[in-house]
Design a protein around this ligand. Structure first.
Ligand SMILES: Cc1ncc(COP(=O)(O)O)c(C=O)c1O
Length: 373
């Protein structure tokens, strides 16, 4: 599918410029159909949905996520949030005495907070700082990671700065010192080409509700095959080979990190979103998003907006951030003019995706201009 065909699937594009894919995916006609089917199913025959619906939607989503991110199905656990997936990965890391864990200035709270809890609270926390140019430089990772580093926990693309990190290079640096790499991919998966095997990262966790065009309450945790023998700290019937309480054998794949019933309606909503991306070349999605974000950055700068996200496509993707002291008012003005964006404090954010086009960005720029006037 091409961008125009995808746009046609999304009713919201007829009325609004929806530029909030870094937050929540909107509904396409395929999603509407899938949800109707599942609501009817739950209404008329929940028993059949329980028996026949779960495996279909769970395994299809797992397969398509693997296809979209360059890994194998058996390396994917279906979990409930990015934060939950990151926490599962952290639990697998031994809290070595005298060890340290490395983050960067832009690491997401859910990648940092768990390290304040047992058994990891004794590890030293090191932060790699962004330089004046707004870049977290690889040389600075090199300086901070040493033989006592147990893990490096960073975001692939950061939600406040819109900064894209080269996770393959970070993994090379970390692995050379024996540290594992856990990546929060909430702002990258579904927005760009990703080959997890090629990146070499150990764990990668992402929600379905943003760029993957799926639902809140569904997320994917990639666990590289070499970690499949690691023991989870929790177990449920979904983790094991058998339902027999006298036969405890963990699955030999990433499903050992699943516990029980997944979010059935969430999976039903996620499947059509993943299908849309699978039917589209991810390199086309990435190029489209980079082109639109570049167009938006240039237009916003022309209007005097203090864009903080990098111009250089090597350091950005779909999230464009700007500093604005009246970000809330700007958001409100745009929202009233049918342009959906995001703000957090003084950060104003715009996230174009594959169903957006230049008309949406022009609507945004017109709205910003009228706000300034
Ligand atoms: C980089 C990043 N990580 C994690 C999250 C939160 O994801 P979840 O609610 O699935 O834990 C977000 C949400 O905005 C995000 O941008």
């Amino acid at each position: 599918m091409n961008a125009k065909q995808i746009r046609d699937l999304y009713p919201i594009t007829k009325d609004r410029a929806y530029l909030f894919s870094g937050g929540l995916a909107p509904v396409s006609v395929r999603h509407e159909k899938a949800m109707k089917k599942h609501m009817d199913w739950l209404s008329e025959d929940p028993d059949d949905m329980y028996v026949n619906g779960l495996d279909a939607d769970g395994s299809d989503c797992r397969r398509m996520f693997a296809q979209l991110t360059g890994c194998d199905e058996d390396e994917v656990a279906i979990v409930e949030s990015t934060s939950s997936g990151c926490n599962i990965a952290f639990d697998l890391i031994d809290p070595v005495a005298g060890g340290n864990v490395v983050f960067d200035d832009f690491s997401y709270p859910s990648s940092v907070f768990p390290w304040h809890l047992p058994p990891h609270e004794g590890l030293t926390k090191r932060f790699v700082h962004a330089r004046e140019d707004g870049i977290i430089h690889l040389e600075d990772f090199e300086q901070s990671i040493d033989e006592n580093t147990v893990a490096v926990c960073i975001s692939h693309v950061t939600p406040i700065e819109g900064f894209k990190q080269d996770i393959k290079k970070v993994a090379e640096i970390a692995h050379a010192k024996g540290a594992l790499v856990i990546v929060d991919g909430a702002q990258s998966a579904g927005a760009m080409e990703i080959d997890l095997h090629d990146t070499g990262v150990d764990f990668f966790s992402t929600t379905a509700m943003k760029w993957l065009l799926g639902a809140a309450g569904v997320a994917f945790l990639y666990v590289a095959k070499r970690h499949h023998s690691k023991k989870p700290t929790r177990a449920g019937y979904a983790s094991t080979h058998s339902f027999d309480i006298h036969d405890f054998r963990l699955k030999d794949n990433a499903q050992r990190f699943e516990l029980g019933m997944p979010n059935l309606l969430g999976l039903a909503f996620t499947k059509p979103g993943l299908e849309i991306l699978v039917e589209t070349d991810m390199s086309v999605v990435e190029q489209h998003n980079l082109e639109l974000s570049g167009y938006a950055i240039a237009g916003m700068k022309e209007l005097g907006i203090d864009v903080t996200t990098h111009d250089d496509p090597n350091y950005r993707l779909g999230v464009i951030s700007a500093r604005h002291e009246a970000a809330a008012e700007l958001w409100n003005h745009l929202h009233n003019n049918k342009v959906d964006t995001y703000y957090h404090g003084e950060t104003f954010r715009v996230d174009p995706h594959i169903f957006n086009n230049r008309d949406d960005i022009d609507m945004l720029l017109k709205g910003i201009d009228s706000f300034i006037q």
